[in-house]
Write a new protein. Sequence first.
Length: 197
Amino acid sequence: MDRLTRRRFLVASGVVGATALAAGVTAYTLDDLLATAGDADPDARTLVLVTLYGGNDGLNTVVPYADPAYAAARPELAYRAEEVKRLDDAVGLNPALAGLHGLYAAGRLAVVRGVGYPKPDRSHFRSMDIWHTAEPERPGSTGWLGRWLDRAGGDPRLAVSFEPALPPLLAGARSAGASVPVTDRGAVRGLPEPALA
């Protein structure tokens, strides 16, 4: 499997300073992470952050099915109330998100809508910088999860991104999360093939 070391990421990205480079070189593969998965505290809470970098249609992901303006503005794209996976009397999830709906019903998923920042300038690039760094006033040099990782002890397995390159939000001042590319791979230890696509 491909390995991405923290040193290689930090040198290539220029996001963090020399202190992070001094933290050492660690590389992890998907097999490494799965081998240590049982080491976690069973009572620990886990944040799973799904970032859709492509053209996600937010209104047809979390669907405001009860709002007549939604159907009026999207006569051909709108989902009908009986099609969505209802979250409450106003919004529901896209019909294809049955698994996430089950997690919501079990109290294991929260849906946060309408996230933004003060005085948006409508720049996609600036917005992504703010999303990664949580610093709306000025460009940041570390990511918000990277700063948490600095305080949590720096083990890159505590903040893992399943994509080919480590996103800026996982870069701290002294440490960085792990990036594990999983595309174009065969199923590993029982993971279903769709999870790796």
